[in-house]
Write a protein that binds this ligand. Sequence first.
Ligand SMILES: Nc1ncnc2c1ncn2[C@@H]1O[C@H](COP(=O)(O)OP(=O)(O)OP(=O)(O)O)[C@@H](O)[C@H]1O
Length: 813
Amino acid sequence: MARKDKGTDVEDSDSKDVTNDSLFKDERIRFTLGLFLILLGFYIFLSFLSFLFTWKVDQSIEWVSIFSSTEQKIGNWGGKLGASLSNQFINHWFGITALAFPLIFMVLGLKLLKFIRGRVTKFIFKVLLGILVGSLTLGFLFKELGGYLGSGLGGAHGLFVSEWLSTVIGKVGAAFLVLIALIAYIIYVMPKSLYHFQSGTFFLFSSLKNFVVKGKQKESQSEKHGEDEVKQAAAVVVPVDISDQRIKEKVDDFDDTAEIDDFDGELDLDIKDEYDDKETKTVTESTIEDNFTIERNEEKELAISDINEQELYDPTLELSNYQKPLIELLEDYKNTESPVTNEMLVENKNKIVETLSHYKIQIDKIKATIGPTVTLYEIVPAPGVRISKIKSLEDDIALSLSALGIRIIAPIPGKGTIGIEVPNQNPEIVSMHSIIKSQKFQECKYDLAIALGKTISNEIFMLDLTKLPHLLVAGATGQGKSVGLNAIITSLLYKKHPAEIKFVLVDPKMVELTLYNKLERHFLAKLPDSPEAIITDTQKVIYTLNSLSVEMEDRYKLLNLAKVRTIKEYNQKFVARRLNPNNGHRYLPYIVVIIDEFADLIMTAGREIEMPLGRLAQKARAIGIHLIIATQRPSTNIITGVIKANFPARIAFRVSSMVDSRTILDTPGANNLIGRGDMLVSAGSDLVRVQCAFVDIPEIERITDFIGNQPGYPNAYELPEYVPEGQDGPVDVDLRRRDELFEDAARLVVQTQSGSTSLIQRKFSIGYNRAGRIMDQLEAAGIVGPADGGKPRQVLIVDEVSLERILNTLSVD
Ligand SMILES: Nc1ncnc2c1ncn2[C@@H]1O[C@H](COP(=O)(O)OP(=O)(O)OP(=O)(O)O)[C@@H](O)[C@H]1O
């Protein structure tokens, strides 16, 4: 306690402390009292338990004279005292919830015996509150229950309070109040349950909303039915000029989307708070010696309410109810100790000064900046001292500080100072929770924001994947690569809607990325007809990379058609309804390809992997395909010239040799990292040391469950079919094995006179590839003409009568 003045307050509380201390410092007293409390707890518990069976027998007891009379027969296992206590606590007070009461004595006893460390007051408070809320709930639900235990399961307290509430606010009001009290108590005791309640409520409301939307749609559909018939008749009699965009936009179902969009707009409230304070960092600087200052930076967090209430970004029609993962799904790893003490800082500083003075290097000033895992000592050398001289002493300084992972930066880019990074005694865990919760992340407007962790000055380090545009991740085994990949995926999942991004996940080891299987119908892309969304087989990887090349070419064609240069401009135009889906246009999600254990692939398939990968890496930037490859073998035969040339952004976790560090980063340094997520990030001209954000497997499981349990698309995002060389040529269509939607599709095409694959895709909610196959069958049946780039095909049949004749002939065959 701080002693501010000599007032009696201070003396009193001090003397109290002394009494308490001396009483409980005596081991004999602690032990005896501890044991006594534990046994007392057991005794009360057994008495209460026995009351559940013996209460009837003991009902005849004269409670007033119970202790004086010798004649009364007692059924309770705890004798007269037990019977009396049980009657008071269970019958007169709290019902069966009183059984939790003895826990308090046991915990206090265990604390005195030092089996429990830390404070127990919060626990006791929770138990007492639980007894009250439990008794009220049971009293409300079960009433007297035929006089069981005297006053029912909730005891006289539960019964009385619930009845009183019912008379004051009615039965319904009382039910709501009891429910709220129960939920509030559960959330208080188990904060993680909040997200179950939130998702439960969310699903309840969204189902309700869907129900209402469907009702509305049905109504409007029956109204529109008549209109549609007129439209269709017009289409048959007077073939629609499909080059006229205005008419087509009326014919296709864009109007339906507008209706549901409007409905959404009414329901979703924009309740995001404005932040008064735009500062994202708090910096405290203290000077503890004349020429030695210490800087501690803390990233500002947003209040939970600010984050969860954010409106959904660009909700799409199909998954307009999708909810991004909640922040509570992530663990908030609390760091209790300071990463490095002031004494240690001064000690290290003295050692640095001393070592340098041995070499006659004088120092003007030193500043220590404490990061989560390392502290940067920034040295301003005295005038005339050459920086190269200090650099050459790297090994000596490292030896004198006898710490693993000393890295010397001479000079610090952009400054005339020298940096020495020394690992902290108690490295902090940078939780993904703290990153996602930060104002910087929440307000970040990058197109593909990946949050990697915190820099040495505790700043959140984020990159925009679209700018990199690809990323190479390397590091020896067990140094944090997988956690790093998970952090990247997590940050994208917390920012993006399933309509905006798709992942292609390649995991030859079949362990790390399989967790994301549950996201198949929301966030994953895969080859058509492939059973698994996570790719583990080398041959499939080759197919997938080639299929991505086809997707890339398709996207380039679409961009050309739309006369734009980037996916962003393209999507903006599409969202503004300036690109017609009947011309093959579609909203283009970003595709992020993540390849774990790249070395295994290169070793088994070599150029077959390297070629399509190189091609993708060179060209895919503008059309939104981004590659992230990870390897634990950073040798030159894995990270080849082609790879290096196309992956300018690189992350190095700790590696075992300077050669490996050079292979990844073109510079030493990664060999001096300390592991466990300590990394060097090279993006552009900078090399930044970052402590990677930590996200554990259970957290990923919670996130994937949360997303996977929400309604998704019917299938994963389908990549184009890839036909290996030598197997291509004219597509052989067997009209005896027609798609079951063939006839419906034929009618649609003839009625609308539009040979558009995407029209079929949308009308029947099927994948692009299946729609493409149906179109090939329609071509083989002579209903539409051959493919003509991205444009719709010519429809060769002008009326339904002729079509029905063709369909009849086909079904006879
Ligand atoms: N950012 C981090 N913060 C704290 N601890 C970490 C961090 N990253 C990794 N670790 C610790 O290191 C262990 C190994 O990390 P990880 O599984 O990511 O290594 P890896 O490089 O992928 O290994 P491998 O190549 O063998 O799969 C983790 O289980 C965790 O205990």
